[in-house]
Design a protein around this ligand. Structure first.
Ligand SMILES: CC(C)(COP(=O)(O)OP(=O)(O)OC[C@H]1O[C@@H](n2cnc3c(N)ncnc32)[C@H](O)[C@@H]1O)[C@@H](O)C(=O)NCCC(=O)NCCS
Ligand SMILES: Nc1ncnc2c1ncn2[C@@H]1O[C@H](COP(=O)(O)OP(=O)(O)OP(=O)(O)O)[C@@H](O)[C@H]1O
Length: 229
């Protein structure tokens, strides 16, 4: 059976993962520019709490934080700007062209991101919660996927990812490609998905695919709640 969501043929099978949370957690992932934020904005409009790993990743390296100090100790003081903030552009340029450095950076940031995500999950009050992360599947046991009951993948061709991300960020195609080579391929990511939304058309077409998923997640959230009571 296809994992692709469509308003006419989507059929739902609850497949709880290892998640320990009693509230349903939907992991939302996809490559750069695939439409995670566009999808999570729509879920938020339906009253669903969104936990965004990209936002947390920015928070955990705030000026003066323990995580930023660890990064400075590992890489040197060039990671800081004169005002003490992390020099994100310098770090980005370095780690996305030095794979071993990216692994070292992730070894520092990911445990902090995971802990913060767990705290936010515990505080969520909506019928279910969406945990959005570019790196959800990567990271195996220590990763974020095992906090989730289902994984929803935003799928787009690489050409679409490049076009949308470069238009949004005014970043060069070359910089975005350097990030993409450090992310999973479409095929590999889709293989881990419970649900896949193809985001190749306009935003209306995206929302039409999200609506039946939202209804099914509400149903599954109820089932999980009854099972826990
Ligand atoms: C390298 C950093 C400093 C670049 O910062 P910058 O402000 O330029 O980009 P930003 O954080 O907004 O990320 C932009 C996009 O890059 C991609 N990306 C970010 N980190 C990674 C990574 N470790 N591997 C692959 N892609 C990544 C995502 O698609 C993300 O949306 C920053 O991305 C970072 O600290 N990354 C490590 C933390 C991490 O893994 N974050 C992802 C959330 S789990
Ligand atoms: N179906 C769509 N039609 C038109 N524009 C879209 C569509 N989906 C996303 N976009 C636009 O493409 C850009 C990238 O989408 P978005 O920011 O949601 O991706 P993302 O997966 O969150 O990216 P990142 O990993 O970089 O955070 C945004 O400007 C968004 O508004």
């Amino acid at each position: 059976m296809s994992k692709y969501a469509s308003s006419s043929s989507y059929s739902f099978q609850p497949q709880p993962r290892q998640a320990k949370s009693k509230s349903l957690v939907i992991g939302l992932t996809g490559g750069i520019g695939s439409g995670k934020s566009a999808a999570s904005d729509w879920f938020a409009q339906q009253g669903i709490d969104i936990i965004d790993a990209d936002v947390i990743a920015h928070e955990v390296v705030a000026k003066g934080s323990a995580t930023l100090r660890k990064i400075e100790r590992k890489f040197g003081d060039w990671v800081l700007k004169a005002d003490g903030e992390m020099d994100r552009a310098a770090v980005r340029t370095y780690v996305f062209t030095h794979p071993e450095a990216l692994i070292e950076l992730e070894a520092i940031t990911h445990p902090a991101i995971r802990e913060a995500a767990k705290l936010q999950l515990a505080a969520s009050t909506s019928p279910y919660v969406v945990l959005s992360a570019p790196l959800l599947i990567e990271g195996a046991e220590a990763g974020l996927a095992n906090l989730c009951h289902r994984i929803l993948v935003m799928d787009a061709t690489e050409d679409t990812q490049l076009a949308r991300a470069s238009q949004r960020d005014e970043q060069s195609v070359q910089k975005i490609k350097a990030i993409m080579v450090n992310q999973l391929s479409r095929e590999e990511r889709n293989r881990h998905a419970d649900d896949v939304v193809l985001n190749e058309s306009d935003l209306e077409a995206l929302y039409v695919q999200l609506e039946p998923l939202h209804q099914d997640y509400l149903t599954l959230a109820q089932q999980l709640k009854f099972a826990a009571d």
